[in-house]
Write a protein that binds this ligand. Structure first.
Ligand SMILES: [Zn+2]
Ligand SMILES: [Zn+2]
Length: 361
């Protein structure tokens, strides 16, 4: 089968023939219909977070189950699923606490990946998934069934940006009706944080970004206000829009340490900053310790929106069916696998929310 292989950080991907191993116990093989290009893929491919190469990235998948391994009772061939990077052993202490995205279980595929190149050399499964390929072999815990009539090009986004942005608001921050919410960074994750804040009844919902072209998009996803994150007096504007109390919750979806500091300046007493965007490994932020303690504030990290995919994906599908969660509007353009390098290059343009790699049926 064909896959887009990353052999050097910062270089184009090679679309080449690779071999995919048969499924082992507990695994499934999924024919990929669509795979979104997430900023995390782009960060990995640029070398921002290290990791071993060669690797195939792509972790935002919609597809159809082709084969199930021994011991997999809850899936069958032909079933429509999304596949995420959340691979859960089901019995470590973090899985037991309902935090599968933080699972510390070990998996044989990390040592012996299912992908080989034409010379028989192992290729790593980036983010445990390797979705920029015609099929994937993954742990069955990574898949969640979806209705077969959901278009794959938008359904795939449930597996990362929708689940993450939505979960940061609903699972991590537990936003309540009437809370004032600021979202810093309105890419794929940030826009879903905006939609989630609206679903939760937050008001106002203020979206900030450094790309002016993204601000009207944030309004179309339900933000009550949006303005340039670098504007003079941004903090003062938030104070005015919240009737002087500042934000109850700031979701930092932008990938910079300064954005976290900006978020800390925008929360009020008892306020919460949720850090969901991940800059390069060396990024740091400063915390105004005294004010933070005195005002009883919180800062929370949110990996994959603290999602439990078997809870969150059906919930997101329901909201989409009710017309309360936009999915199709998140897709900027679709590209075939052969044009993945063009798709990646265009993903860094300010107007793109999500580019998606689509595969022939
Ligand atoms: Zn992602
Ligand atoms: Zn676990």
């Amino acid at each position: 089968m064909k896959a887009a292989v990353c052999r050097d950080f910062g270089k184009s991907l090679d679309v080449e023939e690779v071999a995919l191993d048969q499924v082992h116990r507990g695994e499934i093989r999924v024919k990929v219909s669509a795979c979104g290009i997430c900023q995390s893929d782009i960060h990995y491919m640029a070398g921002a977070w290290g990791g071993e190469l060669p690797a195939v990235f792509g972790h935002e998948i919609a597809g159809t189950i082709e084969e199930v391994g021994e011991g997999v009772d809850d899936f069958h061939p032909g079933q429509a699923v999304v596949v995420s990077l959340i691979r859960a052993c089901g019995h470590c202490s973090l899985c037991a606490r309902g935090l599968p995205a933080l699972c510390v279980g070990s998996f044989a595929r990390d040592v012996d990946p299912p992908l080989r190149d034409a010379k028989g050399h192992a290729i790593r499964q980036g983010l445990s998934t390797a979705g920029f390929a015609e099929s994937v072999v993954v742990d069955s815990s990574q898949a969640v069934p979806i209705p077969p009539d959901l278009p794959a090009a938008s359904a795939c986004l449930l597996a990362c940006c929708v689940m993450t942005g939505f979960g940061a608001v609903v699972n991590t921050a537990a936003v309540a009706p009437g809370d004032s919410v600021v979202v810093i960074g309105t890419g794929g994750v940030g826009l879903n944080a905006v939609q989630a804040a609206v679903v939760c009844g937050a008001n106002p919902v203020i979206a900030l970004d450094i790309s002016p072209e993204k601000l009207p998009v944030a309004r179309s996803f339900g933000a009550t206000h949006s303005f340039d994150a670098r504007a003079d007096g941004a903090r003062e504007t938030v104070r005015e829009l919240t009737g002087g109390r500042f934000a109850d919750v700031v979701i930092v979806a932008a990938v910079s340490g300064q954005a976290v500091e900006q978020g800390l300046r925008m929360i009020g007493r008892g306020g919460t900053v949720v850090v969901v965007g991940m800059p390069e490994s060396a990024a740091v932020s400063q915390l105004p310790v005294t004010a933070f303690a005195y005002q009883g504030q919180r800062i929370l990290g949110s990996k994959m929106g603290g999602a439990q995919p078997h809870v969150d994906v059906p919930r997101l599908v329901t909201l989409h069916r009710q017309g309360r969660l936009k999915l199709d509007e998140l897709v900027s353009a679709c590209f075939p696998l052969d044009h993945i390098n063009d798709a990646i290059a265009s993903s860094s343009s300010g107007t793109v929310i999500r580019n998606v790699i689509v595969f022939p049926a």
